[in-house]
Design a protein around this ligand. Structure first.
Ligand SMILES: [Zn+2]
Ligand SMILES: [Zn+2]
Ligand SMILES: [Zn+2]
Length: 420
């Protein structure tokens, strides 16, 4: 079967175009040629109605992508003369097979799109999964509480003046009236409220597979699927690690990990999330769920963990903070629990130990542990230059007096103040 040059060129362009539609690179998205941008009126605002947006986005992706194969045939007929001049008998047979398959794929896409759009999206896999979770949570009083409080927070937070909000609420309100028992919109409203309100939510991952973590939910939005699970209902399994030697994006050695997310109640099918190991450390801090590391995968320390170690090593070189009783004898320093982590004793005190005039004298009582103070310190440094963090300055968390690492002393004998 021979193809004329013109048709090969057309095929190459079509393939490239189709690839850009399915996985648009950053440049194409920035230029506004992505499905998300072109159909933004249909999709709505992602942050205001996260669940609805994801349902519409995945449905639309399935529809448009399923039309690409048959689109190839029809645009080939329109744009080239291959089908009029060069078609051989065997080629006719192959093209008939191709067209039938493409039509089946397109039919599947259209059926999915219609099915997911009717009854206020109640048949979309995400809506079904959320309904199961809402149903599961009513039998688990604790998580049902968090669903309800978050949902009522979402209702009270909605701005009555915004038409976009009220329309999405109506849409979902109608979904509540259907006969499928417990409504998925309860869970959807809770997710939407957290996505809208929480400014420090965890966001990570490439454009086509993003991960979000809010106070109660872990979410993953990929091209065709969206997974949303309640954080109290998951356990994680670290399944793989991949090291990339060099990268143009980051100066740090790239290490990617794959984590399998399982639902304890079985309400959500297991799914994989893939992220950089630095982000994985951050993710773990956000999730209370245990991580099973059955394969004993060893990960490099995160920048913040490495800095904590360096910070503590720096502190060990400073003089210790000592307390004396009225009779002049050395005694234990009564301290409270660290107000940052509420776990460790407050074991550091700011005492000016450097000769830099910028640093001041802090008279605050010890309130932080070394780990939390080092995190406070590193968060106030130039995030792109971790190598100079140890030489940096930060304000005292309470009185704002400037301090450097030479001004932080370990307390010699901290003892929990049990009077309170
Ligand atoms: Zn602490
Ligand atoms: Zn202070
Ligand atoms: Zn200093």
């Amino acid at each position: 079967m021979m193809f004329p040059q013109e048709f090969i060129l057309f095929s190459a362009f079509y393939l490239l175009g189709a690839f850009f539609i399915v996985v648009p690179p950053h440049e194409i998205r920035a230029a506004g040629f992505s499905i998300e941008y072109l159909f933004c009126n249909y999709l709505g605002n992602e942050m205001r109605d996260f669940v609805g947006y994801q349902i519409r986005r995945t449905s639309l992706n399935i529809l448009i992508h399923s039309l690409l194969p048959i689109g190839y045939y029809f645009s080939g007929v329109l744009c080239t003369d291959y089908f009029y001049k060069y078609l051989t008998e065997t080629a006719v047979f192959y093209w008939a097979a191709y067209v039938s398959c493409s039509l089946l794929i397109a039919l599947y896409g259209v059926i999915c799109f219609v099915k997911y759009s009717v009854r206020c999206h109640a048949l979309h896999p995400l809506a079904i999964s959320l309904r199961h979770q809402a149903a599961g949570s009513t039998s688990h009083s604790e998580s049902s509480l968090s669903l309800n409080t978050a949902a009522s927070a979402s209702a009270s937070s909605r701005n009555p003046g915004s038409s976009n909000n009220s329309s999405s609420q109506n849409r979902q309100g109608r979904g509540r009236n259907n006969s499928t028992g417990i409504s998925w919109t309860l869970a959807a409203n809770a997710v939407n409220a957290e996505m809208l309100q929480e400014r420090d939510k965890f966001c990570s991952g490439p454009h086509n597979c993003r991960i979000f973590v809010t106070s109660n939910w872990l979410m993953q939005a990929s091209i065709y699927t969206v997974n949303i699970v309640h954080k109290s209902d998951i356990h994680l399994v670290l399944t793989a690690k991949q090291e990339l030697d060099f990268t143009t994006e980051s100066r740090f050695a790239e290490e990617w990990v794959t984590v399998e997310v399982h639902s304890i109640n079985g309400t959500v099918k297991p799914f994989h999330i893939r992220l950089r190991s630095q982000e994985y450390h951050e993710l773990r801090e956000r999730l209370s769920a245990p991580v099973v590391n059955a394969r004993n995968i060893v990960l490099k320390q995160s920048i913040s963990e490495r800095f904590v170690a360096a910070f503590k090593a720096g502190l060990a070189e400073n003089d210790k903070f000592l307390t004396y009783s009225s009779s002049g004898r050395r005694c234990a320093t009564l301290v409270d629990q660290c107000i940052g982590c509420n776990v460790n004793l407050s074991d550091v005190k700011l005492v000016k130990g450097c000769s830099v005039p910028d640093c001041g004298n802090c008279f605050c009582r010890p309130m932080w542990c070394a780990v939390c103070l080092s995190k406070w310190f590193s968060a106030r440094q130039d995030q792109n230059n971790p190598q100079v963090w140890l030489e940096g300055h930060a304000p005292c968390p309470t009185c704002r007096t400037k301090f450097c690492i030479a001004d932080v002393s370990f307390i010699d004998d901290p003892v929990l103040n049990s009077d309170e």
